[in-house]
Design a protein around this ligand. Structure first.
Ligand code: FE2
Length: 415
């Protein structure tokens, strides 16, 4: 299965690269309007912008370089734009990271196809209406070129990620790219401003017009890095917490892996899967306030011990609800010990009062707890744990989530 995917990916990459080269060749031989000054100036800008680009959740990156290539298309025409786009492929960070050669081939191919097709369409429609720069039709044609580029670029990239990771194509596109639709409107507006001022007042205007693009790029990069740093430090706390107790080491990471698999099988979109995986990693964060002597106590818990342990969902919820990008579903942590029959804690809610995220966490958490050694009992075998899941389906676990988890586990067994 994985071998098949690798072969399909290779065929896909070579196909995209070949089509990209063919489209560029056609553009360069049809429109011999290369401006040396344009190539040099816009290549410098694109090179700077591209190396400030921010990574996307699953793959790829967000860069304002399209705004710059589009401006070069409006000012100088298709051939200059194709060469400027070609320069954007040389991203220093990727070369330093020694990104495999086929990624470079793919990037080159998809950028050249996207810019080549956008340029050709733009040249055909725009040439007929050159009288007034701010003519409504002209603006509409620039936007058309911008969105032809956007859709080709993102659909081709989503195709590669989908083949590579075996994830549903629509999920990849929605998660990684759909939110960039308005961002491209901003890039198109910037390209219009850059090209208007360049045509009107000359090349020195680039110094001022490209600045907002660079600032936008840098701000976004900082935001992504900040979010990742916050998440990493919280995960570090969870690791330290789990390391204190040999029985729960790695528990949260495994719960996150199970939750992600179940969510993917349930066809949740990639936004929700990512959110759930983050919540799963933090689901027992509240144990930092639970007395360690209780957590590590051999033998069974008395009433007071249970009261102590039952604090952790609320403590965890109170921390996670303060994290901007997790707060919308932080209640999943509050309710990860609620049962379908209402006999769970802390609120004793039941059935569909419990969110889907909590239901998934409950099943993933319970399965991992059953299959690891605890102070008071040894781990169950995989089959014993599956039987236990089935026995408690409907009372403790949501039947749908439970049957998907069992299906996944049995599938693993068959491999
Ligand atoms: Fe818990």
């Amino acid at each position: 299965m994985v071998k098949d995917r690798t072969l399909i990916l290779k065929i896909y990459v070579y196909l995209v690269f070949t089509v990209g080269v063919a489209v560029s060749f056609y553009v360069l031989t049809t429109y011999r309007d290369i401006s040396l000054l344009g190539v040099v100036l816009f290549s410098i800008l694109i090179f700077a912008a591209d190396n400030l680009s921010a990574p996307l959740p699953k793959a790829g990156s967000v860069s304002v370089n399209f705004g710059i290539s589009l401006a070069s298309l409006i000012i100088f025409g298709p051939s200059t734009a194709i060469i400027v786009t070609f320069v954007s492929i040389f991203n220093i960070r990727e070369f330093v990271k020694r990104v495999p050669y086929y990624k470079h081939l793919f990037n080159a191919g998809q950028y050249l196809i996207s810019m080549g097709v956008a340029s050709l369409v733009f040249k055909i429609i725009y040439n007929q209406n050159v009288s007034n720069f701010f003519d409504t039709k002209n603006i509409a044609y620039i936007l058309a070129a911008a969105y032809i580029f956007f859709f080709l670029n993102t659909l081709l990239t989503a195709g590669a990620i989908s083949i590579n990771e075996g994830i549903n194509f629509a999920n990849v596109w929605i998660f990684n790219f759909a939110w960039l639709i308005p961002f491209h409107l901003f890039l198109a507006a910037m390209a219009i401003a850059i090209s208007f001022l360049y045509k009107q007042y000359g090349e020195f205007t680039l110094l001022f017009t490209s600045l907002p693009l660079m600032i936008a790029q840098y701000t976004y990069l900082l935001r992504v890095k900040e979010r990742q740093a916050l998440l990493n430090s919280i995960l570090q706390i969870v690791k330290i917490m789990e390391a204190k107790d040999k029985y729960t080491a790695g528990h949260s990471v495994r719960v996150a892996e199970y939750s992600e698999k179940v969510a993917r099988q349930m066809k949740l979109n990639e936004y929700d899967i990512e959110l759930l995986a983050n919540l799963a990693n933090l689901h027992d964060l509240g144990k930092i306030q639970v007395d360690l002597s209780v957590l590590n106590k051999p033998g069974s818990f008395n009433k007071a011990d249970w009261e102590e342990v039952k604090k952790h969902p609320l403590v965890g919820y109170n921390i996670v609800k303060e994290i901007t990008f997790l707060k919308s579903e932080a209640s999943a942590i509050l309710h990860h010990h609620e049962r379908m029959d209402g006999k769970g804690y802390p609120d004793g809610i039941k059935g569909d009062e419990i969110s889907l995220y909590s239901k998934i966490l409950m099943v993933a958490d319970s399965y991992d707890a059953m299959t690891t050694d605890r102070p008071y009992r040894l781990a169950l075998t995989k089959q014993e744990a599956i039987d236990e899941l089935n026995r408690n389906s409907g009372t403790q676990f949501d039947p749908k989530v439970c049957s998907i988890m069992v299906e996944l586990l049995e599938g693993e067994q068959a491999v």
